[in-house]
Design a protein around this ligand. Structure first.
Ligand code: DQA
Length: 150
């Protein structure tokens, strides 16, 4: 099983940016946590971060040609603005889980819209970086059990 873990703008600043919302774990720590988790589960996980909207679209399209089985995505602020990223996920038809480190539903009004959610099989918010590991576990289960656990 091959998963892609995508992070959008400013998530490379984890550990530095607004720790009251995003915690103290750095982006490198997050990559290590994901690598260890993937090893334990015996799956392949690529992690990728970009600050650009087009970079996220390109990577999602590439996932189709690379035969990626599932995508975990935290599009950062593009969650709330990007129809292009939504359309990319719809184009490739790869099961996708939306992750937010903070509890977005308890934050500002402008964070209450999520375009990507319309193309996701699950959303995880407010679990800190552990949310990425929960999303990986969800996808393993979802992909192994005939996609019945949405
Ligand atoms: C975020 C929430 C977004 O509203 C914000 O723009 C981010 C991070 C989160 O992980 O909680 O960049 O996606």
């Amino acid at each position: 099983m091959k998963l892609l873990i995508l992070n959008g703008p400013n998530l490379n600043m984890l550990g530095i940016r607004e720790p009251e919302h995003y915690g103290k774990t750095t982006y490198n720590d997050l990559v290590n946590l994901i690598d260890n988790h993937a090893n334990e589960k015996g799956i392949s996980c690529e992690t990728y971060q970009t600050n650009s909207e087009g970079g996220l679209v390109d990577k999602i399209q590439q996932a189709y040609f690379d035969k990626v089985d599932g995508i975990v995505i935290n599009p950062g602020a593009y969650t709330h603005t990007s129809i292009a990223i939504l359309d990319a996920v719809k184009s490739v038809q790869i099961p996708c889980v939306e992750v937010h480190i903070s509890k977005v539903e308890e934050r500002e009004e402008f964070r209450q819209t999520s375009y990507i959610r319309l193309a996701c099989v699950k959303t995880i918010t407010g679990q800190g970086v552990n949310g990425y590991l929960q999303a990986i576990d969800f996808l393993i289960n979802y992909l192994n059990n005939g996609r019945s656990e949405a």
